[in-house]
Design a protein around this ligand. Sequence first.
Ligand code: 5RP
Length: 244
Amino acid sequence: MEWKKEGFFLKSVSSNKELKKMVGLRAADLVKDGMKIGIGTGSTVAFFIEELGRRVKEEGLRIQGVPTSLGTRLLCLEQGIPLMDVTRCDHLDLTIDGADEIDPSLNAIKGGGAAHTSEKIIASMADQFILIADKTKMVSSLCRKFPLPVEVIPAALSFAKKQIRLLGGIPEIRDAARKDGPVITDNGNLILDIKFPHPPNDLELLDAQLKKIPGLLETGLFLGIAKKALIGYQDTVEVVSPKG
Ligand code: 5RP
């Protein structure tokens, strides 16, 4: 999973399906009757949604879900999970979401699915934010392998790229896979994926510097938000707490 010579490494939704399924199922066990649940985005969360739907149908589990993206909304509707609009919500009991990279302190990079702005809002309003991922997402430090996604409004594109370069990053606009042109987020914006040839050690500072760029809506850095992660290894799900 090195940087490609041209273009950027992005996530693979078809890899490690068994491990993703294991953690998705385990996360669904944590959901209790009456809870309001934030529901993340991605191929790992898809297994969580499937199992949650099964529990709603077969066990009569009563929950309200708040989806982090249109993709998640559609999956939840397919599975019969009752939904609540995020605009009516300021508190959740639990949010479950995937990640692109997780460090030992459970800081994470998210946004491989271009949903990190809503994901951060929905993670932040939960009593508990739990990451679910296969073992390949665990890294010793962030921003070494996976590019850092940021969401920018279209008018800010050129200026944001220039400012990111001044911070030592190499930004690349994310292109859509099955549409000509760029990825357009659920908010109607663009994604820049940033590679750092000299990865910064102070991620809080980087996050603050990026967020000072006018028109840069949100970064994919989730610092200090997760207090638990469920990580899938060959035969087991490890429950990880933040170190340090
Ligand atoms: C979407 C995300 C996803 O949670 C992240 O990309 C992980 O996805 P997957 O489970 O498919 O590997 O941040 O914006």
